[in-house]
Every structure is written in C-alpha cells, then in structure tokens.
Write a protein that binds this ligand. Structure first.
Ligand code: IMP
Length: 183
C-alpha cells in the first residue's frame, strides 16, 4: 500500500519511503563504523519494528544477529504507563553481547525505559537504541536513543510499521491521520 492509496485518510505526508531509505543508509553506515567487528545483536520489538528491522539490517555491511520481543502495556489506558508485560521474550542470552534495540517510534519513551532496564539486568557488553521516529515527549523522560531516524512533531502517525487500530502498518511512507479516520 502506498501513500496515494490512502491519501483521503492522511492529513499530511511526513516522509516518503525514499526519504526513509536515504536516512537508513546514513544510520547503517554509522552503525557499521561503531560496531566494526562486533557481531551486533539487533533486538526488535514486535510488531511495529518489523519494517525498520528488515530495511535497516539489510543495509549493514557487517554481520549481525536478530532477535525479537513482544510486549504489551499493562492496563487499559490509552496513554503509555511504561509498565510492560513481556508476551514473548528473547531466545538469546544477552550476557556480554553488544545489543542494539531497534524501535519504530519513541513517544513518551516510557516503554523503552522499562525495556532497557530489563535488558540491562541481563548484563550485555553494551546496550544502545536505534529508533526510526522520535516525538518531543521523549526528551522529558531522558531516555537515550543513540541513533534517531527523524524527530517528528507530537502527532499520531501511521505507516512503515506504525498502525492505527491494526491498519496502515503496510503503508510505505509515513503520514498523520486525518481526523475523520479516528473521530
Ligand atoms: P511510549 O511508551 O509512549 O514511547 O510508546 C511507544 C509505543 O506507542 C510505540 O512503540 C508504538 O507502538 C506506540 N505509538 C506511539 N506513538 C505512535 C504513533 O504516532 N503512531 C503509532 N503508534 C504509536
């Protein structure tokens, strides 16, 4: 599905797939330099990170491994509480590994902060984060994201793995939803 297929549902197009691809080239080059010879373990958070993991990992020129976690927020509230339940844990032992968490989006950063604390307790050699998108709220919670694709405004976005009610994950490119879709 591409941006023209759902243009009536979008208020604004933020990034085309080609802008995302160009930025991923830059980040992958940086990560290749930083992890030279280190066999980094990429940890993706299901389901949103599937697209960025696939595109980012294939741009790396060095070896990497991949593993996945599935988490869900506790409680029924719509805002992030930061307390998460692990629905599917990693298969890999993190002890002494160089771990790079690959995230679709960091909003408040609360989910990520909780996840990092959990992963840090497994004593990896290093632990960093790559996030394709980051909202301004994240700064308030001081969660460190070493590699950021794009800083975006505080709006709800869809596409490139990000969903609204389960839809738009398969949209190439990213946009903000028009109000009629969710009102
Ligand atoms: P946080 O704990 O507030 O950082 O929430 C992070 C999670 O909320 C992300 O991994 C997404 O699943 C979801 N999320 C936050 N903002 C958006 C958005 O604009 N579109 C789609 N999902 C979002």
């Amino acid at each position: 599905m591409d941006l023209t297929d759902v243009s009536d549902d979008l208020a604004n197009v933020l990034f085309t797939q080609s802008q995302i691809d160009d930025r991923l080239d830059e980040i992958a080059a940086e990560v290749d330099r930083d992890y030279d010879g280190k066999n980094v373990l990429l940890v993706g958070v299901l389901n949103g990170a599937v697209m960025v993991m696939a595109d980012f990992s294939r741009r790396l020129r060095g070896h990497c491994e991949m593993d996945w976690m599935a988490i869900s927020s506790y409680g029924a509230g719509t805002s992030s509480s930061g307390v998460v339940r692990i629905l599917k844990d990693l298969n890999t032992n993190l002890l002494d590994r160089h771990v790079l968490v690959v995230e679709d989006i960091v909003d408040t950063g609360l989910t990520l902060a909780y996840l990092l604390e959990n992963l840090r307790s497994r004593r990896p050699a290093s632990l960093e984060v790559m996030a394709m998108f980051r909202k301004p709220e994240a700064a308030k919670n001081a969660v460190e994201v070493k590699y950021v694709g794009f800083d975006i405004p505080n709006e709800f976005v869809v596409g490139y793995g990000l969903d609204y009610a389960g839809k738009y994950r398969n949209l190439t490119g990213v946009g903000t939803l028009a109000p009629h879709v969710y009102s």
